[in-house]
Design a protein around this ligand. Structure first.
Ligand SMILES: *Cc1c(COP(=O)(O)O)cnc(C)c1O
Length: 516
């Protein structure tokens, strides 16, 4: 059932007035934009009545599906009381309750804290989006470092390819030249260090195989060595880093770059040993997105399989582990490697993809460094008009209740198993170079030649064209350069996961023709 679309009045209005983010508008004006008018579960509907699967959870925000009765009800209930009141001077009900819940989730029993008072993430600062969550962490860390006398001019270390948002501070932490170069005159200087991109790592001596590059890499953890060198150099310069800023397990906007198991624990250990704080950007990875279900060793069933049909009989299907016996791995990705950051930045999934809201969690030690007599002016001078928004906080509360429900836990396990079973079919396509999955996030890197890993020139827009072909097949997602992202909402059915991967398979074949 292919979508059929004529250009509607709404599409015309959009093209006349709306300027879209990260979009070459000259290209946009040549298209017939899809106007989304409703949604339910993993399905989005346009104003021509076509249905699409939401293949990237509406840019990584949606958790439990659209139009969810429980979140809808929570917002409606709150709406009957009040939509918003200011956090400047007043407390409110849902923001207080949500903060308590976030603190509970951010300090799971499984995490052994070195120093309870100092490592517990006990304080919640609200803001509006991922970028501001990072700005807040940056400012807090900057001040904390100066006030504790650790450094007069705090410096920050982040990863190559990092993306932490689009406000000026967040952009300063980022290292994607394409996005960031234009603003270099506005930014402050930060340092970058090699990120563990196994598929394109110069230290990886393995020849390309039809498998996730992390699995067959041959190296000596040179990427960790690079981080160590960065800290050593800073120490010699007598400018130690105030903080190491990272996305745990998977760097999202960098191109879905997954970290080999153990990397995070190693580099965060190095950072700690050098006295640096840890700023975890879990805007994408948080809320279970990068968590694996019970059995972390689940393996793909098949490789080099010849058809997209998902074999059910000839291959043993990995069993879905019982949610009770195997509680899912932690809600936050840092905890998967037993890392507890000093700042936990949350946004996208915080309200289940309903409303813009963010939170930066931090420790009592950081909080204390801002305490003082009024005339010491140690106040944290930062805030937004909609901080602690009541509708957003009620959506957040309902969202977290759902996240912990057995239905959601089982749903996530089902999706993960479906991905494990269905993704290997894509190896059949010679233009697939790497398939990398962490939890429920998948990046598929398209290449000109898988045997040499030769990339497509960005100008060829391979990723864009494949995603356009997927839209024609009723699946919506957005590429990062030549990397196709699949990130299904947690309510996605196994059949819908197969549909997403089937559409991707057919689109690659159509657009790239299965060869050079
Ligand atoms: C999306 C994202 C941000 C920015 O969040 P916005 O809400 O778009 O400002 C920051 N960091 C990461 C890892 C993200 O994925």
């Amino acid at each position: 059932m292919k979508p059929s679309r004529k250009k509607t009045q709404l599409a015309r209005l959009d093209q006349r007035y709306v300027w879209h983010p990260f979009t070459q508008m000259q290209d946009w004006l040549r298209t017939n934009p899809i106007v989304i008018t409703s949604g339910e579960g993993a399905v989005l509907r346009d104003d021509c009545g076509n249905e699409y699967l939401d293949g990237n959870s509406s840019i990584w925000t949606n958790l439990h599906g659209h139009n969810h009765s429980k979140i809808n009800a929570a917002i409606s209930k709150q709406l009957k009381k009040i939509a918003h009141s200011s956090a400047l001077g007043f407390a409110n009900e849902p923001a207080s309750l949500l903060a308590e819940k976030l603190v509970e989730l951010a300090n799971p029993k499984s995490i052994v804290l070195e120093n309870k008072r100092h490592s517990r993430l006990g304080k919640v600062f609200y803001s509006d989006d991922g970028s501001t969550a990072l700005e807040v962490a940056l400012k807090l860390c900057h001040e904390f470092t100066r006030r504790t006398g650790k450094s007069k001019k705090p410096r920050f270390l982040s990863l190559d390819g990092a993306y932490h948002g689009d406000t000026v501070g967040a952009v300063s932490l980022g290292h994607i030249d394409l996005f960031h170069k234009a603003y270099s005159g506005l930014l402050f200087k930060t340092d970058k260090v090699m990120s563990p991109y196994c598929y394109r790592c110069p230290f990886n001596r393995a020849r390309p195989e039809r498998a996730d590059a992390r699995e067959y890499r041959k190296c000596n953890w040179e990427c960790v060595g690079k981080v160590e060198q960065a800290f050593d150099r800073a120490k010699k310069r007598k400018q130690p880093f105030a903080a190491f800023v990272y996305e745990p397990l998977m760097q999202g906007a960098a191109g879905m770059i997954p970290q080999p198991q153990g990397w995070l624990k190693k580099v965060c250990g190095l950072a700690r040993a050098h006295g640096a704080q840890l700023i975890a950007d879990e805007v994408m990875t948080g809320f279970g997105r990068c968590s694996s279900s019970g059995d972390r060793n689940q393996k793909p069933v098949i490789r080099n399989q010849r058809s997209i049909g998902i074999p059910q009989t000839q291959n043993p299907r990995p069993k879905t582990p019982s949610a009770r016996r195997h509680p899912p791995s932690p809600i936050f990705a840092s905890h998967t490697e037993d890392v507890q950051p000093d700042y936990l930045c949350l946004a996208k999934g915080l309200t289940g993809g309903y409303l813009p809201m963010a939170a930066t969690l931090t420790t009592q030690a950081v909080f204390d460094s801002f305490l003082g007599e009024y005339d010491e002016f140690k106040t944290f001078f930062h805030g937004h008009s909609y901080t602690g928004n009541q509708l957003g906080a009620s959506a957040g509360l309902a969202n977290l209740t759902l996240l912990e429900s057995l239905t959601s836990i089982k749903g996530r396990q089902r999706i993960e198993t479906a991905l494990i079973n269905a993704l290997p079919a894509l190896w059949d396509q010679p233009n697939v170079g790497d398939i990398r999955r962490v939890g429920l996030v998948v990046g598929i890197e398209l290449v000109k030649n898988w045997q040499t890993r030769q990339p497509f020139d960005l100008r060829e827009q391979a990723g864009v064209r494949v995603c356009q072909a997927m839209a024609k097949r009723g699946v919506l997602t957005r590429p990062i350069g030549n990397v196709i992202v699949l990130m299904p909402p947690y309510c996605t059915a196994v059949e819908q996961v197969k549909q997403m991967i089937g559409a991707l398979y057919d689109s690659i074949a159509e657009v790239l023709g299965g060869g050079e």
